[in-house]
Design a protein around this ligand. Structure first.
Ligand SMILES: Nc1ncnc2c1ncn2[C@@H]1O[C@H](COP(=O)(O)OP(=O)(O)OP(=O)(O)O)[C@@H](O)[C@H]1O
Ligand SMILES: [Mg+2]
Length: 443
């Protein structure tokens, strides 16, 4: 703390009613150390348990300990318009406009903030400043200011409404102690608010960043898939045609003819692998025909490779979803079915995609051996290598949704994903297989 001059509450006509000197002249009442210790102990506990109500409890305690008719806590705020004053808590008959700001210039609170020490005011009715909501018919007000890092920060005030209640030096001592407490409470609440704000900002920044990364990843996959298909695919096709031309001129059954035929076979295999790789990176069906066609195509391919039968059902409107939502569903199904193939030992799997009540509901289930999701979620040395379930959950979160897993050893596994999507409410059942004749998935 420093003693630099305060920049608030210039002295004014209100000084006429400042009677602080009376505090030393009046006989002080005897201190009640027991009540004081009890009150401060309770305040310390309140501050630890619930800092946000501490200022109110301090106002209540000030009224009680100083035997006042009312009490209030005011806090200084600096903003673009200069220094303002705001009541944060009040007790007794005094009902100030809590949380409204006002200038303290020339008010008793301003005078106390400027002097930096407890001040006593005798307030006649004409001196009552309604702008800062003083209680009616105030006879005396005792005001203890506090500072934070050398700057005026707030005041704790007690008010007496009857002429026979006069504040003395003992009241001033108690009020000063309580004002220190209010300062600590206010600093705690401010630090908490800052912490909450910073945490909220950084979490929303992280979400935006992850969303951008996810979009960038899809874009990069799309570019790679296009390049593989258009560039490398074209070269392979040209190579195949060249080899065919070579066969055409080579004597049938010759060495050159046989080698050319072998190389053509290799080129075909490479072409198919390239195609499959491009589809895995970014199925064209997802861009060209939409989610259901892309899922159907993927499920068929998956069933062929894994040897596990899969049913795919889509319910609800078949209009296109936003690209980020389509990518999320596609990648989640891809990862969930990869897990079924790798871990479940299932005979059957099912995928249900439903648009209902403004939500996408996705279920991927299998009748395999199941697992304990809680154990898998527990931190262990292995966990950093398992990215599938974590990635699925993140993709769901990026589109504002959630993912739940129901699974138990021997009971199969169901993965539920739900996220909001603007638009539709009427459900209708449709078999994707039936639609496929209209919508060939060209992947
Ligand atoms: N359908 C399933 N049936 C049985 N066990 C499963 C199933 N899905 C997930 N699991 C279990 O959950 C674990 C975590 O799955 P996750 O996809 O996160 O990791 P992973 O498949 O082991 O590795 P990767 O990071 O390559 O996906 C798996 O190792 C497996 O034990
Ligand atoms: Mg996995």
């Amino acid at each position: 703390m420093t003693d630099e001059p305060m920049d608030v509450g210039a002295s004014s006509a209100r000084d006429e009613v400042r009677i602080t000197a009376a505090l030393t002249r009046r006989p002080a009442h005897a201190p009640d150390h027991e009540a004081e210790a009890r009150t401060f102990g309770a305040l310390a506990r309140d501050l630890a348990a619930d800092p946000r109500t501490a200022l109110q409890r301090i106002a209540d305690a000030a009224m009680r300990l100083c035997r006042a008719d009312a009490a209030a806590v005011g806090i200084i705020e600096s903003d673009g318009d200069g220094v303002q004053f705001r009541w944060h808590a009040a007790a007794g008959d005094f009902v100030p406009a809590l949380m409204e700001t006002t200038s303290v210039e020339g008010t008793p609170a301003g005078v106390a903030l400027r002097s930096g020490v407890v001040e006593l005011f005798e307030r006649t009715d004409h001196a009552v400043d309604t702008r800062i909501g003083s209680p009616p018919h105030v006879h005396e007000s005792l005001i203890a200011p506090w500072r934070i890092e050398g700057r005026a920060a707030g005041t704790l005030c007690v008010f007496a409404q009857h002429i026979d209640r006069q504040f003395d030096a003992e009241d001033a001592r108690l009020l000063t102690g309580l004002a220190d407490f209010a300062s600590a409470a206010w600093q705690t609440v401010s630090a908490l608010d800052t912490h909450v704000r910073v945490a909220a900002e950084s979490s929303s920044e992280r979400t935006v960043l992850r969303r951008q990364l996810s979009l960038a990843e899809e874009e990069e996959r799309r570019r790679l898939a296009r390049e593989l298909h258009d560039e490398v695919g074209q070269h392979l096709a040209a190579l195949g045609l060249g080899l065919q031309a070579l066969s055409d001129v080579a004597p049938p059954g010759s060495d050159v003819d046989r080698r050319a035929a072998q190389l053509r076979g290799l080129t075909d295999t490479l072409g198919r692998e390239l195609h499959a790789l491009a589809v895995r990176l970014r199925p064209r069906a997802l861009d060209d025909f939409g989610l259901e066609a892309a899922l159907q195509s993927y499920a068929e391919e998956w069933a062929r490779h894994s040897g596990i039968a899969v049913d795919l059902h889509a319910r609800g409107p078949s209009t296109r979803l936003p690209p980020s939502a389509e990518s999320a569903v596609y990648r989640i199904v891809q990862e969930a079915l990869t897990n079924v193939a790798r871990h479940s030992g299932a005979a059957r799997a099912g995928v249900v995609l439903e648009r209902r009540d403004g939500y996408i509901h996705l279920v991927v289930e299998d009748d395999g051996r199941g697992f304990d999701p809680e154990r898998v979620a527990m931190p262990d040395a292995d966990r950093s290598r398992r990215l599938g379930l974590v990635g699925m959950r993140e993709r769901a979160a990026l589109v504002g949704g959630t993912m739940d897993i129901e699974s138990a050893p021997g009971k199969g596994t169901s993965v539920f994903v739900r996220f909001p999507v603007a638009g539709e409410t009427t459900p209708r059942v449709r078999s994707v297989a039936a639609d496929r004749s209209e919508q060939r998935a060209d992947v």
